[in-house]
Design a protein around this ligand. Structure first.
Ligand SMILES: [Zn+2]
Ligand SMILES: [Zn+2]
Length: 84
């Protein structure tokens, strides 16, 4: 683990799916299911009503109305057929 000075956590999050294919895209979102970093191309915005209110984490940490993102794999699990 490497940290910046004075406990400042330096986060350089890259899109995991892009890095797997050899490119170096900066992540703009994180999958709420598996925590994978995702670029705009790979992030999938979802609205999951069943999670409202009673799902313990991590959705409750988000303010209401903020978009939620999942990776393609998790999107297929949550919303089958929504991703190619
Ligand atoms: Zn990507
Ligand atoms: Zn995921």
């Amino acid at each position: 683990m490497s940290r910046g000075t004075e406990g400042e956590l330096v986060i350089m999050l890259k899109c995991y799916q892009c890095s797997e294919s050899g490119s170096d895209e900066e992540a703009v979102a994180i999958c709420i299911m598996c925590g994978m970093g995702l670029c705009m191309d790979h992030a999938k915005r979802v609205d999951i009503p069943i999670w409202e209110g009673n799902y313990p984490a991590p959705v409750r940490m988000l303010k209401k109305g903020l978009p939620r993102f999942v990776c393609r794999d998790c999107g297929n699990i949550l919303l089958p057929g929504s991703c190619e």
